[in-house]
Design a protein around this ligand. Structure first.
Ligand code: HEC
Ligand code: HEC
Length: 332
């Protein structure tokens, strides 16, 4: 946080007295920060308001910091807590656990890449399934899934903090009958040498590790429930009732949907496309993914609706759906 705050303070001081020039410089700094090659966020405008100073620190000059030197001393309990919070809505972790939105992760480290039995992987990752998961490729995947496999179905922006990635991978390592051997001292020193060549970047602020939460948080902070209701009436109500206890229409009743188990409304006949995804809780973030493009989330869904493409409108509608419940969930 403070680094770039200091930077802009400094910039302003240098430009003292020349306010306009100062602002121009400040803006240029910001742009330079945001458009680091290969690190340009998908939605710079939103990231700008939500995360003004979280410059990507895990990646320096396009080289990802290795987790190998950190694995042996990593905090497995922290890794577990992080995974519970950020991954378990999509992934089960127990041996033999069912696939959810994502595949079961027991034994994933050291196991075949994108090879969990019975899970329907996206074509994006099928092309990347070469060999087994090790510390390096898992590091790259978790840092930025969409960069590792553009088009992946894992809607997760990545773990930007290197120590957090190490903690998470150390925890994943333990989820196996025969855990992957720890990195050898030779591997550790090789990784340290290349890290020294890269830089001694300070770790990213913890907030940067949250999956798309900052941008959602900003959108929800400015969400307009009555606009959301108007959009719902106009675009969703033809197929969905949303009064408590009302019958299903073409689509299921949506009363209390935020936080509920997805595609699990009793008595409603869901398509096979969504049955395969059923059970993951409708977090605001998952609802946002679904509503942006239902057919992309569940190819073959019978919700014939192209999707709500405007980020703010989607947040408005989700805020309305959230209000429409006995006990509204806390939006991010
Ligand atoms: C919004 C749902 C979602 C979240 C959140 C999510 N994942 Fe995933 N994950 C997926 C999906 C879907 C796939 C399959 C990717 C594909 O088919 O493109 C996947 C794949 C994976 C794989 C590869 C599994 C294999 O079989 O090779 C790993 C490892 C993984 N995720 C770890 C994590 C971790 C760790 C987190 C939390 C930091 C996380 N995921 C958060 C949905 C998610
Ligand atoms: C043309 C009819 C139609 C329209 C319009 C429509 N939906 Fe749906 N919706 C469906 C159907 C059908 C399903 C069940 C999907 C399946 O089984 O594949 C569904 C499922 C859902 C679900 C998952 C429900 C559950 O039980 O988990 C949500 C949430 C949802 N719709 C929200 C919306 C919102 C919000 C809008 C408006 C922005 C909307 N839908 C517009 C027909 C529609």
């Amino acid at each position: 946080m403070s680094n770039s705050d200091n930077d802009s303070l400094l910039t302003n001081k240098i430009a003292a007295g020349v306010l306009t020039a100062g602002l121009v410089l400040w803006g240029a700094n910001r742009l330079a920060e945001i458009f680091v090659p290969g690190e340009a966020p998908e939605k710079p405008a939103i990231t700008l308001t939500a995360l003004p100073s979280a410059a990507p620190a895990a990646v320096v000059g396009n080289v990802l910091e290795s987790i190998i030197p950190l694995i042996t001393g990593a905090d497995v309990a922290k890794g577990q807590a992080f995974v519970q919070q950020q991954c378990s809505s999509c992934h089960t972790l127990n041996q033999g656990g069912a696939n959810g939105v994502g595949p079961n992760l027991y034994g994933v480290l050291g196991g075949p890449m994108f090879g969990h039995p019975g899970f329907g992987y996206s074509d994006a990752v099928k092309g990347k399934a070469k060999g087994n998961w090790d510390y390096d490729n898992m590091n790259a995947w978790l840092a930025d899934p969409a960069k590792f496999a553009p088009g992946t179905a894992m809607s997760y922006s990545g773990i930007k903090n290197t120590q957090t990635r190490a903690d998470v991978v150390a925890y994943l390592r333990g989820l196996a009958a025969n855990p992957l051997p720890l990195p050898t001292p030779a591997q550790v020193s090789a990784a340290q040498v290349s890290a020294a060549q890269v830089s001694t970047a300070s770790p990213a602020p913890a907030a940067a590790a949250a999956p798309s939460a900052p941008s959602l948080a900003a959108l929800f902070a400015s969400a307009d429930v009555s606009k959301g209701q108007a959009v719902f009436t106009q675009q969703c109500a033809a197929c969905h009732n949303d009064a408590p206890g009302a019958a299903a229409g073409i689509g299921p009743n949506l009363y209390g949907i935020v936080g509920a188990k997805s595609f699990s409304s009793p008595g409603y006949d869901y398509s096979d496309a969504v049955k395969a995804k059923a059970g993951a809780p409708w977090t605001p973030s998952l609802l946002s993914t679904w509503l942006q493009d239902p057919a992309a989330y569940a190819a073959g869904t019978k919700m014939s609706y192209a999707g709500l493409k405007n980020d703010q409108t989607r947040a408005d509608v989700i805020a309305y759906l959230d209000k429409n419940a006995a006990s509204p969930a806390k939006l991010p």
